[in-house]
Write a protein that binds this ligand. Structure first.
Ligand code: 9D3
Length: 248
C-alpha cells in the first residue's frame, strides 16, 4: 500500500453519481484500493448560493440552450486551490468538444502530473470567462456529440490510471509499450483451434515463433493499411515492414 497516491484526480461535475459505476470496478477501483490513484468528486451545485441553486442561465444575446454560470464553478475550483496541497502548476482541464483531441501522447503527458483537475461541462457550454480565467487546458474525446463532459472525464481517468506504475501487471504494461509500434493489433485467437468449422491460422499452431512474429507484424501492417492508413505515416517502419506492405 502506497503512502501517498501517484496521481490525484479532482473532478468538478453536476452529476457526481455518474462516476460511481466506472470508478468502482476493475482497473480504476484496484488502483484506488492500492492507494496509487485518488479520485475526488466535487458537486458544482454545492457552490450555488441562490434560492434555486442555479448553475446555468440563459445566453446573453439570446439563442438556444443554457450556459453554465461562472460563479459556482470558480468557487468550487478555488476552494480546492486554496488547499495548500494543490500545486499551482496543476492543470485545470475543461472537457469540451472544442478541446484538443485526446490521444495517447496527451494521456502520457497528463500521466506525468501529480494532480489533475477535470471540469465536466454541461448544457450548451460554459461562460467564456471560465475558459479565459480558470481553465488551463481543453480536451475533447473526438468529433461526436456527448451530453456532457462526464464520460469524457472517465475515459481520461481510465487512460491515465492504467499508465501509473503498479496499476497493471508487468506483462500488461510491457505490452503497452508496444503501443509505440503505432500500428493496429494483429488478429488474436484462443481455443478451440476449430470453432464451427472456422479454423485458427496454421502458423499460430506451428510453434515456430519467428514465423509467428513475422505473420503478426504482417497482419498488423495489413490491418493498419486497410483501416487506418493515416497511422502508417507516423509509424516507425523497418525496411522489412516496407517489403511486407508492398506484398499485401
Ligand atoms: C453545436 C451545438 N452543440 C451540439 C448540439 C454543442 C455541444 C455542446 C455541449 C456539443 C456537446 C456538448 C456536450 N459535450 C461535452 O461536454 C463534451 C464532449 C463531446 O460532446 N464530444 C467529445 N468530447 C467531449 S468532451 C466534453
Amino acid at each position: 500500500m502506497a503512502d501517498s497516491p501517484v496521481i490525484r484526480f479532482h473532478v468538478f461535475t453536476l452529476f457526481p453519481g455518474m462516476f460511481a459505476g466506472p470508478t468502482s470496478e476493475s482497473i480504476i477501483a484496484r488502483a484506488q484500493e492500492k492507494g496509487l490513484v485518488e479520485l475526488n468528486l466535487y458537486d458544482i451545485r454545492e457552490h450555488a448560493h441562490d434560492r434555486h441553486r442555479s448553475v446555468d442561465d440563459y445566453p446573453f444575446g439570446g439563442g438556444y440552450g443554457m450556459v453554465m454560470k461562472p460563479e459556482p464553478l470558480f468557487e468550487a475550483v478555488e476552494a480546492l486551490k486554496s488547499d495548500a496541497s494543490l500545486p499551482a502548476s496543476t492543470p485545470i482541464i475543461l472537457l469540451t468538444p472544442q478541446g484538443r483531441p485526446l490521444t495517447q501522447t496527451v494521456v502520457e503527458e497528463l500521466g506525468t502530473k501529480p494532480e489533475l483537475a477535470l471540469i465536466c461541462g454541461r448544457y450548451e457550454g460554459v461562460d467564456e470567462r471560465i475558459r479565459q480565467h480558470l481553465v488551463t487546458d481543453e480536451i475533447s474525446l473526438g468529433d461526436f456529440v456527448l451530453s456532457g463532459g462526464e464520460l469524457a472525464a472517465m475515459a481520461l481517468i481510465d487512460a491515465v490510471t492504467r499508465l501509473v506504475p503498479g496499476v497493471l501487471g508487468s506483462i500488461e504494461s510491457a505490452m503497452d509499450d508496444s503501443f509505440t509500434t503505432r500500428l493496429l493489433q494483429y488478429p488474436q485467437y484462443t481455443r478451440p483451434a476449430e470453432f464451427r468449422n472456422w479454423n485458427v491460422p496454421d502458423v499460430l499452431l506451428s510453434g515456430n515463433h519467428a514465423e509467428i512474429e513475422r505473420w503478426r507484424r504482417q497482419e498488423s501492417l495489413r490491418r493498419t493499411k486497410e483501416r487506418r492508413p493515416d497511422l502508417l505515416d507516423a509509424a516507425p517502419l523497418t525496411d522489412e515492414d516496407r517489403k511486407l506492405l508492398e506484398g499485401l
